[in-house]
Ligand binder design. Structure first.
Ligand code: 13P
Length: 251
């Protein structure tokens, strides 16, 4: 059975002290979240060690928001997958649209990042999603299909089986506009169908596909009720423990 997952992407928010307090509040409140929901928080790099210590022994897993596309060496300002794993992360978000848009993240770089992360035992949360103009032009299936083909389908089935996919339409991120559950289900079904075409239907049934983009307590239950939506990647609403936990309890 594929896992239900609710993951919080804190992006570039919170001080270290605020992040530790938020992590502790999430860990304390997680007792009320159904036990079959995996809860993940993704703080900034500087917070990973104290946050991992704060949630040690709880059901909360820690993720990084990115990793380097080289294993080590003279790459000033970069953080290697091995460092992230050593600091206490079990997951790493890769290919977020903000990284693709603002930091020139290419498919070629993402394949390298995926392989390095997987080699360190990290589970990548691989983000895909189209921009508004691409959806308006009816190109969303082609865009998401290419994002899968150029990165995920470059991996072996064994590697790809460790990946969590997050569909995040760029026009829904931080805008307050959520994809309708019908729009989200349609493209999640397309993603699962593409996985089945590449790796087989048994494989596709086991992969968790999360929805992200203005997901909040008021719309999470409807989104999570869709057959191909296996949880959420939450931005803004993950910065308040109460809201994040309310989303996780929506299952
Ligand atoms: P928001 O929930 O703030 O729209 O962000 C979604 C997101 O980008 C999570 O990675």
């Amino acid at each position: 059975m594929r896992r239900k997952i609710v993951a919080g992407n804190w992006k570039m928010n919170t001080s270290v002290a605020e992040g530790v307090a938020l992590a502790k509040a999430v860990a304390a409140g997680a007792i009320e979240v159904p036990s079959d929901v995996d809860i993940i928080i993704a703080p900034p790099f500087t917070h990973i060690v104290p946050v991992a210590e704060a949630v040690a022994g709880s059901r909360i897993a820690v993720s990084a928001q990115n990793c380097a596309d080289e294993p080590k060496g003279a790459y000033t300002g970069e953080v290697a997958a091995s460092m992230i794993a050593g600091a206490g992360c079990r997951y790493v978000i890769l290919g977020h649209s903000e990284r693709r848009q603002y930091y020139g993240e290419t498919s070629e770089k993402l394949v390298k990042k995926m392989r390095l992360a997987l080699a360190e035992g990290l589970k990548p949360i691989y983000c895909v999603g189209e921009k508004l103009e691409e959806r308006n032009a009816g190109n969303h299936f082609a865009v998401v299909g290419a994002q899968l083909a150029e990165v995920l389908f470059e991996l072996t089935p064994e590697e790809a089986s460790k990946v969590v996919i997050a569909y995040e339409p760029v026009w829904a991120i931080g805008t307050g506009v959520t994809a309708t559950s019908a729009q989200a289900q349609e493209i999640h079904a397309f993603i699962r169908g593409s996985l089945a075409g590449k790796f087989g239907s048994d494989f596709a049934e086991e992969i968790s596909i999360l929805y992200g983009g203005s997901c909040k307590p008021s719309n999470a239950a409807e989104l999570f009720a869709c057959p191909d939506i296996d949880g959420g990647l939450i931005g803004g609403a993950s910065l308040k423990a109460e809201d994040f936990l309310a989303i996780a309890k929506s299952y």
